[in-house]
Design a protein around this ligand. Structure first.
Ligand SMILES: [Ca+2]
Ligand SMILES: [Ca+2]
Ligand SMILES: [Ca+2]
Ligand SMILES: [Ca+2]
Length: 482
């Protein structure tokens, strides 16, 4: 004999569900390394566990919930179904970068605890986009409104094997419909590939903001190595990228971005070393179509190349027409800037941005060892226009003040000082001073005196029998030669 559930219990459950959906949001916890506890996500001690922990949290989450995730690697499935993704539905926020035990997202150290959402299901990805036939088609899908991704890395998506032309767009991140409200902060979209939008396929939305994030080393065989924004709702304000680094992406048409018949905006972004392999222009940002609204303000577009290694200003940014309404380019540093491109707006410069280390020790773009902060003397310092930050940007990519005056740089930007710099990083007042030739000459002179004096003293002491060369000196020198 079976007993029905009493009515009062059903009513209580329904009320609890209503409360949960009505602002009584829960936090669900995920810890990749945890091996004890209830594995129900209710606390850090009972967090969802292992590589499938994030997927377990998404399955349990209700609208309004937050998911807090420790550093570690998480996959859309423990199996081999490439069609599965991390699916963010309406009003779900995911925060990565925890060590476990924090009481608030502000306590996180994202750099020390990298939370990686990986599409590399077999864990065998090699350099140069090898071993990707096992990888998830799309790592993350946004299918609901008011979603947020904060402090996570998205990598290993391979949408080149999608079932149709649409499924082959957006390897790392894709949106399943237009006009979704979305916020991304301090995320990294790296090492993904697709036919269009290797890193991400973005959609039109007046409130879609992508802030302080990295889009690097993504590949597209066709449009938009890093980002594609294609044939969406014309006339609606599109995605806005603020304080972002877009580097080392490779696309057939458009290395960093291809935008087509839609709107998109870049504010204080650094767009460097991207390549367009099948089109002579648009290595950095490329616009196509008959209706286009590409706004670029306070940005740096540098070292981007078109087909055949073209590095002129149109390799940095290119739209189909020199006409108002297609491109607004203001207070932006563009390599090899021409008067024609400059006429798309005002206060642009072709001067060297003087990155601290544009390619990094490995001499390869977009690998993460670059230092795209500015040096004093950069054309991009104190040369932005404060109004383009819209009063909504107060910190730079490093989380340091966005408005800082460099007393050594004459302000050429606009607004009430201090004047914002171009690019994602603001030169800080306590930044390392750039050594001058005189400084190095003086340092070399002092070092020479010290070395000469030391050798003189050592020789004197050695002759006097006061010191002996240690035995390991010889073995060390021998090993050095091997
Ligand atoms: Ca793989
Ligand atoms: Ca590098
Ligand atoms: Ca400044
Ligand atoms: Ca200044």
């Amino acid at each position: 004999m079976t007993r029905s559930i009493p009515t009062y219990i059903l009513m209580t459950l329904a009320l609890l569900h209503l409360l949960a959906a009505d602002g009584y949001a829960a936090t669900l916890f995920v810890d990749a390394d945890l091996a004890t506890g209830a594995n129900d996500g209710s606390t850090w001690n009972d967090a969802f566990q292992g590589e499938s922990g994030v997927q377990a949290a998404l399955a349990a989450a209700l609208s309004g919930d937050q998911i807090w995730v420790t550093g570690g690697t998480y996959k859309p499935t423990a199996g081999t179904d490439r069609s599965l993704s991390f699916n963010l539905t309406t009003d779900i926020s995911m925060y990565g970068g925890f060590s476990g035990g924090e009481a608030s997202p502000v306590e996180r150290d994202i750099a020390a605890n990298e939370t990686t959402l990986s599409g590399d299901l077999l864990g065998n990805d090699g350099p140069g986009f090898t071993n990707r036939t096992d990888n998830s088609i799309h790592v993350v899908r946004i299918s609901g409104n008011t979603t947020r991704l904060d402090g996570v890395t998205i990598c290993g998506g391979n949408a080149r094997d999608g079932v149709d032309v649409f499924d082959r767009q957006g390897g790392g991140l894709r949106f399943e419909s237009t006009l979704l409200t979305f916020e991304m902060d301090r995320c990294r979209i790296v090492d993904n590939e697709a036919d269009d939008g290797g890193g991400m396929l973005v959609m039109n939305s007046p409130t879609m903001r992508i802030v302080n994030s990295v889009i690097a080393n993504n590949h597209a065989s066709a449009r938009g190595g890093g980002i594609a924004s294609l044939n969406l709702t014309v006339g609606v304000a599109g995605a806005r990228f603020i304080n972002c680094l877009i580097s080392g992406n490779v696309g057939g048409f458009g290395g960093g971005l291809q935008v087509e018949d839609t709107s998109i905006e870049f504010i204080n972004c650094t767009v460097v070393s991207n390549q367009s392999t099948d089109f002579i222009d648009g290595g950095g940002l490329l616009g196509f179509g008959t209706v286009l609204d590409l706004k670029v303000s306070n940005c740096i577009l540098w070292n981007n190349t078109g087909m055949g290694g073209n590095m002129n200003d149109l390799a940095q940014i290119r739209t189909p027409q020199v006409a108002a309404g297609f491109l607004m380019l203001n207070n932006t540093c563009v390599q090899n800037l021409s008067a024609t491109l400059d006429s798309f707006g005002s206060n642009n410069t072709g001067g060297d941005p003087l990155f601290q280390d544009m390619l990094g020790p490995d001499a390869i773009a977009g690998t993460g060892d670059e230092n795209l902060r500015l040096m004093s003397g950069s054309s991009s310092v104190d040369s932005g226009d404060n109004q383009y930050t819209n009063g909504e940007v107060t910190l730079d990519f490093d989380g340091l003040p966005r408005f800082v005056d460099d007393p050594n740089t004459v302000d050429t930007g606009l607004g009430t000082p201090p004047i914002v710099d171009m690019g994602a990083y603001e030169l800080q007042q306590d930044a390392e001073p750039v050594p001058t030739v005189g400084f190095w000459a003086n340092l070399a002179f002092i070092l020479t005196l010290l070395i000469t004096g030391t050798i003189f003293l050592q020789r004197s002491a050695y002759k006097a029998g006061a010191i002996h060369q240690p035995a390991e000196y010889h073995s060390k020198r021998t090993s050095d030669r091997q």
